[in-house]
Design a protein around this ligand. Structure first.
Ligand SMILES: Nc1ncnc2c1ncn2[C@@H]1O[C@H](COP(=O)(O)OP(=O)(O)O)[C@@H](O)[C@H]1O
Ligand SMILES: [Mg+2]
Length: 290
């Protein structure tokens, strides 16, 4: 009950801050970069799912695919056929921002600003990227930036206009170590939170995978979410449908709870230690028979 009251108070404050602004006054949204040290840990998946869950809560959201040369956020969202321009076209004034934005099919308050597939990461000037993100913050409550892997130019450009960062890691020693490096490279003043993705409770119980507590011990970041490893995430990705819009998905539910925390609600961190998904239970059963 106290938790619900606290959440309601946070929400009221949030609404008041926005609604209290004079009509026509500039209400800047929040730019959040989704980053990691190691590649393939779920940055793009997390960007799509957090964005969709925010939009489903009624927020206006712009997803920026900053992974120049490797664009795939449009595919994860099932929007690839509707991409005609990309953010470099906007920066280079080859098209307007509105011409480049692609509206989502399921949650209309979410749009995508695609990445250029045929260009190099070094084609982007950091100051131009920061200015673009600032202009998006004037129009959207949330600007989520899907960061490329690595810590070179692409990373610097992606973090340039952000106020907050979501650091994604899997519970693997190498991914956690790389995440730690990235946290140290975030510009001063960027507030970082952590998502532990692809957790397999069954392996944690057997001591074959790091637990959330062990990851936390190394990274010491506020925990935004713990997302279980589930086959439906891969299926949804192939279909271009974020799992966070599906009531039936456990990973989707975990993303929705992470988004509630992102918006300041007090939501308990999931404890998966006493359970496992169907495949986990099956694997445990087969393992037990050997
Ligand atoms: N929670 C999860 N459960 C199962 N598969 C996942 C999960 N998160 C990500 N994946 C899969 O991992 C792969 C890499 O994810 P992706 O988001 O592209 O990583 P990154 O953007 O960090 O390179 C994709 O095939 C994706 O479907
Ligand atoms: Mg990616």
């Amino acid at each position: 009950m106290a938790e619900q009251q606290a959440a309601a108070a946070v929400q009221a404050e949030h609404d008041e801050a926005r609604d209290g602004a004079a009509p026509g006054a500039l209400r800047m949204g929040t730019a959040i970069v989704i980053t990691s040290g190691k590649g393939g840990v779920g940055k793009t998946t997390s960007t799509a799912n957090i964005g969709a869950a925010l939009a489903a809560r009624g927020r206006s959201v712009c997803l920026v695919d900053a992974d120049v040369g490797l664009r795939n956020l449009d595919v994860v969202l099932g929007l690839e056929n509707r991409v005609s321009h990309h953010f470099l076209d906007v920066i280079e004034k080859k098209c307007t921002l509105d011409e480049a934005l692609v509206q989502d099919k399921r949650v209309p308050s979410m749009v995508l600003l695609p990445a250029a597939q045929t260009r190099e990461k070094d084609d982007v000037v950091t100051a131009d990227m920061a200015a673009l993100i600032e202009s998006l913050r004037r129009r959207f409550e949330y600007v989520l930036i899907d960061c490329p892997a690595g810590i070179e130019m692409g990373f610097k450009n992606a973090v340039a206009g952000a106020q907050r960062a979501i650091v994604v890691t899997t519970p693997e020693v190498s991914a956690v170590r790389d995440a730690d490096r990235v946290v140290g490279l975030l510009p001063k003043g960027v507030e970082a939170q952590l998502i532990v993705n692809r957790l397999r409770p069954h392996l944690v119980r057997k001591g074959r995978m790091l637990s959330v507590a062990q990851v936390d011990e190394v990274l010491r970041l506020p925990l935004l979410g713990v997302i279980p490893d589930e086959p439906d995430v891969v299926v949804a990705t192939n279909r271009g449908e974020p799992v966070s819009l599906s009531d039936a998905s456990r990973s989707g539910e975990a993303y929705r709870r992470a988004v509630a925390r992102l918006e300041g609600e007090q939501v308990e961190i999931e404890d998966y230690s006493g359970e496992g998904g169907f495949f986990e239970r099956l694997a445990a059963w087969i393992g037990g028979r050997r």
